[in-house]
Write a protein that binds this ligand. Structure first.
Ligand code: MRU
Length: 349
C-alpha cells in the first residue's frame, strides 16, 4: 500500500513541540519543510498556500491552536489564536469546523495546565479522523466510479484534492490510490489548474510518487479531452457543500461540470462530511475567497500581463447541484444530489 508523505506533523510534546509542514509552494521542485513555532507562522502558511486544501487547513489550524495554548497566558492566547486562524481563508468550511471543535475542547478543560496536552490530543484526533474518512471515501467512490464508467477508469480531476490536501489519501484521489493498490487499469488526467497550478505541481507530483499514470492538461483542453472520449468521468473535491448540494471548489470546477453535462459524462464530488455546511442554504451563500491580482498577472514572480493590468481572481466557484451526479463522503454516496438526500444522510452534521 502506498503511504503518502506526512505533510502535516506535530513534532515533540504539547508544551514545547511545534508543527512541521511540507511547504507546498515549493513543490514539485523542492521538498522543503516549514517549522511553525507560533500561530502567526501557521496563519501565514495557510494564507500563502504552503498548506492548502479544505481538510488540510482545518488540521493545520487545529495544531496551530495548540501553539497558541503554549503561551504563558495559555487560555487567552488560545482564544486569540483561534480567531486569527479563522481569519486566514474564508471558503473551506473544514477550517471553521476544526477551530470550533478545538474551542469546544478547550471549554471542557478547566485546568489551564492541562490545556496544551488536551488540545494536542484533539488536533491529532481531527487529523486521524480525516485520514480514516479519506480511505472510506475512496472505497465508496471506487465502487461508484466502476459502476458509472463500466470499469473504464479514465478520470479527469481538477486542482489538488489529494493526499496533500488532507490527512490521508485525499478525496478525489482516494479512489485512484485504491484502484492502484488493486492493480486496476487506471488513467488520470489532471487539469493544471490556473493560476497556481495545484493540478500540475501537486496532483501530478503525488500521483507520480505512487506510480500512477497521470497526464497533465491545460485547463482549456478539458473540452477536447472529453470530446475525444479520453475520459469516462470527472471527480473533484470540495471546499464547502451547501444544504442544497451546490459545491464550492477551486475555480474552474464549474466549467468542468458544464462540460461533463454536455458530453454526457458523470461528474462526481468527493468530500468528507466536515465539508458539508447545512447552515449554508445554497451556493450563493458560500463566501468566496478572492486572491491577489498578481497571482494571475505575475504568477510565480514573472510578469505575464502588462503593468497596471487589472485581474479578477476568485479562488473558487460554485457548481450547481443539478450538474453533480453524486457526492461521495465517508458515509456513502448521495445520489441524486438534492436537499432531501443531503439532509437524510447528514442531518447530524
Ligand atoms: O486553494 P486551494 O489549493 O486550497 O484549493 C483546494 C481545492 O479547491 C480542493 O479541491 C478542495 O480544497 C478539496 S481538498 C480535498
Amino acid at each position: 500500500m502506498h503511504e503518502p508523505v506526512r505533510h502535516i506533523e506535530w513534532m515533540g510534546d504539547a508544551r514545547s513541540g511545534h508543527l512541521r509542514l511540507l511547504d507546498q509552494t515549493r513543490l514539485p521542485g523542492e521538498v522543503a519543510w516549514l517549522a511553525c513555532r507560533d500561530v502567526e507562522t501557521v496563519r501565514q502558511a495557510i494564507m500563502r498556500l504552503s498548506v492548502r486544501g479544505a481538510p488540510a487547513i482545518g488540521i493545520a489550524a487545529a495544531y496551530g491552536c495548540v501553539l497558541g495554548a503554549q503561551q504563558p497566558d495559555g487560555r487567552r492566547a488560545f482564544a486569540a489564536s483561534a480567531e486569527r486562524l479563522a481569519a486566514s481563508r474564508p471558503t473551506a468550511v473544514n477550517l471553521f469546523r476544526a477551530i470550533d471543535r478545538m474551542k469546544r475542547c478547550a471549554a471542557g478543560v478547566p485546568d489551564d495546565a492541562a490545556l496544551p496536552a488536551r488540545l494536542l490530543d484533539e488536533a491529532k484526533a481531527i487529523h486521524e479522523e480525516d485520514r480514516a474518512a479519506c480511505r472510506a471515501i475512496g472505497e465508496h467512490a471506487l465502487l461508484l466510479l466502476r459502476e458509472l464508467t463500466g470499469d473504464r477508469l479514465h478520470l479527469l480531476t481538477h486542482c489538488n484534492a489529494g493526499a496533500l490536501a488532507t490527512g490521508g489519501i485525499g478525496t478525489a484521489t482516494a479512489p485512484m490510490y485504491i484502484a492502484a493498490e488493486l492493480e486496476l487499469p487506471l488513467t488520470v488526467y489532471a487539469d493544471e489548474t490556473r493560476p497556481l497550478l495545484q493540478g500540475s505541481r501537486l496532483t501530478a507530483w503525488e500521483l507520480r510518487q505512487a506510480g500512477i499514470d497521470v497526464s497533465i492538461i491545460a485547463d482549456s483542453a478539458a473540452a477536447t479531452v472529453m470530446a475525444q472520449k479520453r475520459i469516462a468521468a470527472v471527480i473533484t473535491g470540495a471546499d464547502r457543500i451547501a444544504a442544497n448540494g451546490d459545491v464550492a471548489n477551486k475555480i474552474g470546477t464549474y466549467s468542468l461540470a458544464v462540460l461533463a453535462r454536455h458530453h454526457g459524462l458523470p461528474f462526481v464530488v468527493a468530500a468528507p462530511t466536515t465539508t458539508i455546511d447545512l447552515t449554508c442554504a445554497c451556493g450563493e451563500k458560500i463566501p468566496i475567497e478572492h486572491r491577489a491580482a498578481e497571482e494571475i498577472t505575475a504568477g510565480f514572480g514573472r510578469a505575464t500581463a502588462p503593468p497596471g493590468a487589472a485581474a479578477f481572481a476568485p479562488a473558487f466557484d460554485v457548481t450547481p447541484a443539478e450538474l453533480i451526479t453524486a457526492i461521495v463522503t465517508e458515509r456513502g454516496v448521495i445520489r441524486p444530489v438534492n436537499p432531501a438526500a443531503l439532509a437524510a444522510q447528514f442531518d447530524s452534521c
